[in-house]
Design a protein around this ligand. Structure first.
Ligand SMILES: [Mg+2]
Length: 363
C-alpha cells in the first residue's frame, strides 16, 4: 500500500509532578509525534526524540524524509529505512536525522501491525510476557534534597520495585538508599558529567550503596576506553547507550567490554529494527540490556512491545512524573508495579489528537 502522507507534529506539554508538596515543578516536555498514512487512509504513529530540539527533529521528518517516502510501499520497512539512512548519512549519523528516522520507522511498524491486525510483539515473533515491571526514574533534584527520600519512598509505595536517580552526589544516593532499604535495586545516572578519574573515585565512593549500575559516568559518551577503565577500577557495573549512533556503535562498545548493560533508546537509535539489533549484540556478547525509555507516547509503547518480545531486560524505565494531559485515548495500564503491554494492533495505542491540539506548537 502506497504512502500518501508523512507528518511530524510538535507538542509542548507541561509536566505534572507526582508528589503534591514539591517546591518546584517540572517544565514543559517537548513531544514529537509522527504519523504515516497510506492511500487507503490507514495511519501508523511513531515518536521521534525531540527534547530540546523538537522543531529540528520534526523539520527533518517533514522536509527531508517525507518527500523520500511518499509514493513508496509502506510494507517495505527494512528497505525504506536503509534508504533513509543512506540518503541522510552526510548530515550526521547520530542526532536529529536518526531521531527523525526512528519516528518514521516506528510509525511504519505500527502501520504494518494495524494492517495485519496484530500487536507489534506478535508481528516480531511473539511475546514472552504480557506485563513489564517498571522502575521509577526520578529526575534530577537539588543534591541532598529531602524530596529525593520522599519520592523514592512514594514510588515504592506505588509498586515500583526499582529506583533510578539522576543525582551526582554520594549524599543523595545515601538518602535514596535509606528510603528504599537494602534490597531494592538502585541505579544512578550521571548523564556524562564526569572525567574518567572523577568517575572512578565517585564509583568507589558509591560502592557502599550497592548500585545495580552506574549510567553514563564519563564524558564523552563514546569514549569506550575510559568506560572500560572506570568499569575495571570503579568496582560498580556500568550502563550506557542512549547517546550512541545505531547498532554499529553498540557493537564497538560491546567489543571494548566497556559496559555491563546496553541501553538502546527506540526514539533515538533508529527505531524498532536498530533496537532489536542492539538486543542481539547484548545477547551475543553476554551483556545485559536496560533500554532507555523516559517517554510518554508511542516510544514508551514500542519499548513495552520490544521488552515483551525480547525477555532480556527485567524492567522498563518510567520517568517519575506525568504529563498534564492524557495523550492516549486508552491509557497504558499500570498494575502491581508493571505496565501491561498494549495488545491492540500495531503499538496498540491511539494518540488523542484532539486532547493534544491545545499543546501543539507551530513554527
Ligand atoms: Mg540515562
Amino acid at each position: 500500500m502506497k504512502i500518501v502522507a508523512v507528518e511530524a507534529r510538535v507538542y509542548q506539554i507541561p509536566g505534572r509532578r507526582n508528589a503534591q508538596d514539591v517546591p518546584w515543578v517540572w517544565g514543559e516536555m517537548a513531544q514529537v509525534y509522527v504519523s504515516v498514512t497510506t492511500e487507503d487512509g490507514l495511519e501508523g504513529i511513531g515518536e521521534a526524540f525531540g527534547y530540546g530540539i523538537p522543531g529540528a527533529s520534526a523539520w527533518v521528518v517533514n522536509h527531508t524524509l517525507a518527500p523520500l517516502l511518499v509514493g513508496r510501499d509502506a510494507a517495505s520497512i527494512h528497505d525504506l529505512t536503509e534508504m533513509l539512512f543512506r540518503k541522510t548519512h552526510l548530515f550526521g549519523r547520530y542526532g536529529v536525522t536518526t531521531f527523525a528516522i526512528s519516528g518514521v520507522e516506528m510509525a511504519l511498524w505500527d502501520l504494518a501491525g494495524r494492517r495485519a491486525e496484530m500487536p507489534l510483539y506478535r508481528l516480531l515473533g511473539g511475546a514472552a510476557r504480557t506485563a513489564i515491571p517498571a522502575y521509577a526514574s526520578l529526575v534530577r533534584y537539588p543534591e541532598g534534597h529531602a524530596q529525593i527520600e520522599a519520592d523514592a519512598r512514594k514510588a515504592m509505595d506505588e509498586g515500583y520495585a526499582m529506583l533510578k536517580l539522576h543525582q551526582l552526589s554520594v549524599e543523595s544516593v545515601a538518602l535514596a538508599r535509606a528510603a528504599i532499604g537494602a534490597d531494592v535495586p538502585l541505579t544512578v545516572d550521571i548523564n556524562c558529567e564526569w572525567r574518567p578519574s572523577e568517575a572512578i573515585a565517585m564509583a568507589r565512593a558509591m560502592e557502599a550503596y550497592a548500585l545495580l549500575w552506574l549510567e553514563e559516568p564519563v564524558w564523552p559518551p563514546e569514549d569506550f576506553a575510559s568506560l572500560n577503565r572506570v568499569r575495571a577500577e570503579g568496582g560498580v557495573p556500568l550502563a550506557s547507550g542512549e547517546n550512541l549512533c545505531t547498532a554499529v556503535q553498540f557493537a564497538e562498545m560491546a567489543a571494548q567490554q566497556a559496559v555491563d548493560y546496553l541501553q538502546p533508546s527506540v526514539t533515538k537509535v533508529g527505531g524498532i529494527a536498530q533496537w532489536l539489533k542492539v538486543a542481539d549484540i547484548a545477547e551475543l556478547n553476554g551483556i545485559g540490556l536496560a533500554p532507555h525509555s523516559p517517554y510518554f507516547g508511542p516510544g514508551f509503547a514500542a519499548t513495552l512491545h520490544l521488552l515483551a518480545h525480547r525477555n532480556q531486560a527485567q524492567w522498563v524505565e518510567k520517568i517519575y512524573f506525568d504529563l498534564e494531559v492524557e495523550i492516549f485515548k486508552d491509557p497504558i495500564r499500570f498494575a502491581d508495579g508493571a505496565f501491561l503491554v498494549p495488545d491492540g494492533p500495531g503499538l496498540g495505542v491511539a494518540l488523542d489528537w484532539e486532547a493534544l491540539e491545545p499543546f501543539r506548537k507551530r513554527d
